[in-house]
Design a protein around this ligand. Structure first.
Ligand code: ATP
Ligand code: MG
Length: 480
């Protein structure tokens, strides 16, 4: 378990760096070149690339032909019972036969690649299979058959994997969605599904997707990042972790806010580790991603309507039902619709210590999002009443951000302290202060407390989480 108290900040810690509000106004002479971004790397010389491309094209052609012939030759009903080794041997045998028949000569390496790709094609998700098996890949984004982007270490790059054509891509999409009893076609052009390994899958097909089907896969991470990992990665500091531990353990209601892929689910999952093992936790998600370490966890997954538009179980239905299941805490993977009403009510009525995430760019923006969601849910309530409901339900908003250099950091921890007139009052306790950019586009910055003491410090103390006041001092905690 994470150590409860922060390590002492040494007096020698650097003072907060002064940020020059207008660096451009500095009269210091700057060489013309230094203003320019470093030039993009030149593409490798054309000739080998061409050769490589031709080789790939040829392999691709052979593969398509072989795949067709394989499907004719393989006994598909026996496939399910065949072991992996048997199937690989069978595929290798049939390909050798067909290649010999066609008098195609391939070197050992190409033959192995071909066999692997054919195996993936027959049993798995074709070209996607290699990327799914590569643990360094966190997201796979397909923009039509020829363009597959991957995210590694927070950075997007174009992979060298492609589909043969749109039909090939559609076949793989069909394979995925039909496995979960859904359908995707012109009349249902988009679909959510979960892959067998737990990865989140979304596809949108033409004509809504203009240049070919769009597929987004968020890979399921077997080992979710724990608090210690996040501290080590510089997502937040030990002081912030100690604060968050106090907040979660003393049952404050916490919302993790952030943009797409900013690390909301990861943060929520890590925060849940501070919940006492004796508590009964119920989780509600669209796609079960959370992996709680506690023993007493009831997991729910909402369900969209089926092809006939029936059978939907919305997050709100799950939440309403969860309230009848004697939960100590409720964790909703993401609040984005009418379930907000029940979420806030649960937070206000005894299920304190509940947590969720929302899609927003700052704590203030997060509150506006909540207000909008309530309005969209058709609840006729004066704005002041809505705000008062929010302010008494939500205690802490943690902002997760993916910065432009691909790093993910907790850029702010803000408390909601009540209402002042018609306005919800908030105070920021910790923040990530950006200072500049290195020549290779890495963000320079540091975490700091704002100097404001937590509104809940007395509560923390009474619950046995007596955080030293020094953690609220506005010194530089960790520099990057
Ligand atoms: N601090 C971090 N350092 C490195 N990688 C991280 C960090 N936080 C999250 N990640 C990785 O970033 C990816 C996205 O994280 P996560 O699923 O938590 O984001 P999200 O905000 O919930 O996304 P979405 O909006 O799509 O639900 C995951 O692969 C996760 O492992
Ligand atoms: Mg998420």
């Amino acid at each position: 378990m994470f150590s409860r108290y922060k390590k002492q900040i040494s007096d020698t810690a650097a003072k907060p760096q002064k940020v020059d509000p207008s660096p451009a106004a500095k009269p210091a002479p700057v060489k013309a070149e230094s203003l320019r971004k470093p030039a993009l790397k030149q593409a490798a010389t054309a000739a080998p690339m061409d050769k490589e491309r031709k080789r790939k094209e040829r392999l691709g052609q052979i593969k398509v032909e072989l795949h067709r012939e394989l499907l004719d030759n393989l006994n598909l009903s026996a496939l399910e019972h065949a072991s992996e080794a048997e199937l690989r041997a069978e595929i290798s045998e049939i390909t050798t036969e067909i290649l010999t028949e066609k008098s195609v000569v391939l070197n050992r390496e190409d033959r192995q690649t071909l066999n692997k790709e054919l195996y993936d094609e027959v049993t798995g998700l074709g070209p996607l299979e290699t990327l799914l098996q590569d643990d360094s890949v966190s997201d796979i984004l397909v923009n039509g058959p020829q363009q597959i982007f991957i995210e590694q270490d927070g950075k997007l790059s174009l992979s060298d994997v492609t589909f043969k054509d749109e039909r090939h891509l559609m076949r793989i999409i069909d394979k995925i969605v039909s496995a979960v009893g859904r359908r995707v076609d012109e009349s249902n052009p988009y679909v959510d599904a979960r892959l067998a390994d737990g990865s989140r899958f979304n596809a949108m097909v033409p004509p809504i997707a203009v240049d070919g089907s769009l597929v987004s896969i968020r890979k399921f991470k077997k080992d979710k990042l724990a608090i210690d990992d996040l501290v080590n990665f510089g997502a937040f500091t030990e002081e912030m972790a100690a604060y968050l531990q106090a907040a979660v353990a003393t049952r404050l209601n916490v919302i993790v806010s952030g943009g797409t892929g900013s690390g909301k689910t990861t943060t929520l999952n890590a925060l849940s580790s501070f919940i006492d093992n004796a508590e009964r936790i119920l989780t509600i998600e669209d796609t079960a991603e959370l992996q709680l370490q506690q023993t007493h966890v009831g997991r729910m997954e909402s369900r969209p309507p089926n092809v006939e538009g029936k059978g939907e179980v919305s997050p709100r239905d799950c939440l309403k039902n969860a309230l009848r299941m004697r939960p100590d805490r409720i964790i909703v993977g993401e609040t984005r619709g009418e379930e907000v009403i029940d979420m806030l009510q649960a937070m206000n009525t005894g299920h304190d210590g509940s947590m969720t995430t929302i899609h927003a760019n700052s704590a203030r923006d997060g509150v506006s999002r909540l207000e909008n969601m309530i309005a969209m849910a058709g609840i006729e309530m004066p704005l002041k009443a809505v705000r008062s409901q929010i302010s008494s339900a939500v205690n802490v908003i943690v902002q997760a951000s993916r910065l432009q250099d691909g790093s993910r950091r907790m850029t702010s921890i803000t408390e909601i302290t009540g209402m002042e007139g018609d306005v919800i009052s908030m105070q920021e306790i910790f923040r990530f202060q950006r200072v500049g950019l290195t020549p290779d586009n890495k963000i320079i910055g540091h975490f700091t407390a704002t100097g404001v003491r937590s509104h809940f410090s007395e509560r923390f103390r009474l619950w046995g989480y007596d955080l030293p006041t020094s953690i609220y001092e506005p010194t530089v905690m960790e520099k990057f």
